[in-house]
Design a protein around this ligand. Sequence first.
Ligand code: SAM
Ligand code: SF4
Ligand code: SF4
Length: 379
Amino acid sequence: MKHTEVDVSNIHYALRSAHGAHPIASGEAESTPLLSECTDKLGRPLKDLRLSVIDQCNFRCTYCMPKEVFTKDYPFLRSASRLSFDQMTFLAKAFVRLGVDKIRITGGEPLLRKNLELLIDRLACLRTPEGKDVEIALTTNGSLLAAKARSLRDAGLRRVTVSLDSLDDAIFQRMNDVRFPVARVLEGIHAAAAAGLSPVKVNTVVERGVNESQILPIARYFRNTGVVVRFIEFMDVGGAASWARKNVFTSDDARRLIESEFALQPLLTQRANDTARNFEYADGAGSVGFISSVSQPFCGDCTRARVSSDGKMFTCLFATGSLDVKPWLGEALAPEALAREILARWRDRDDRYSELRGVCARVGSKKVYPTVRMSLVGG
Ligand code: SAM
Ligand code: SF4
Ligand code: SF4
């Protein structure tokens, strides 16, 4: 896929020393109190923001952006409709005031967005109302990470998650469907670790009949490296046209496979809103996680809001509707107006699609609602 990228990896961030003075990213969040308690109808607080910076991608993972659907004529968002970094920062500040303490930058492929370091530089200045740093993370397919890891770190990124579904080139290339080699993603992972983006996490989507043979090789490869692998159940999200329950390789099966070679014990230190159930190797070789969105849904702890790169807020990965926040991003408007809109939307939230999926299957009904594209709102 053609994209016009300006490589800013060599720009040193003079901005970093000056960013406190940026009109939008100044430390305002610190001093401004919460509007009022921000919990949804099921009592879940708003803690995490997934911010998509682009809906395009240079991969065509069969479970996310199958080539038959995402053709070269596919109506991706026009670059003019994307939020600017100023608008994204303004938006992020409103979310932080409402309780968000973790922002994950995603896509599409976020590293295709030009000068992403400039956005990270601004977001890295945000503080919670209690004065704590807001955690800034990024999820990427790793294809451009080797070249960018250092500049992302210099801009203020602390953590990165890299998606990697196979160590076997033939399987990986069948899954990414653009013949992208494993070696270049591994280079990106090593560069991220060397740049201090730690702990680097690796996300592996497991699709039955496609890549379950890779679970043990991936687990073995990353033991003793400090990299934390998380095996993810294949989900029925928007792009996943081939999804069927029989193609889900469950976390329990993945864990049993790993335990056939290495003893695991549950990690007790777990954040309530952590999507993964984490285990450590009994021999001290590190840890591994399992994200069981299908077999053991975790909607009860879901504190995530998502915003697409054109400024639509979604309260669930499977939501049908969204709130267009763009009208509240004008410079003339006070941040309170935007925060109030988000608060009202969050308070009205009762999404729990993954829990309802099982109920629907039992009563023989189809999906409760159509799903938004994963590449629009990020994972
Ligand atoms: N392009 C980046 C990447 O691949 O890391 C970020 C966006 S991608 C949509 C975010 C995450 O969603 C990836 O880890 C990907 O593996 C996961 N994902 C996409 N489609 C999925 C599906 N059908 N089931 C489970 N996870 C999926
Ligand atoms: Fe692109 Fe990520 Fe989706 Fe793969 S999972 S097609 S890399 S957005
Ligand atoms: Fe959250 Fe929706 Fe996923 Fe449930 S289905 S965990 S509510 S994003």
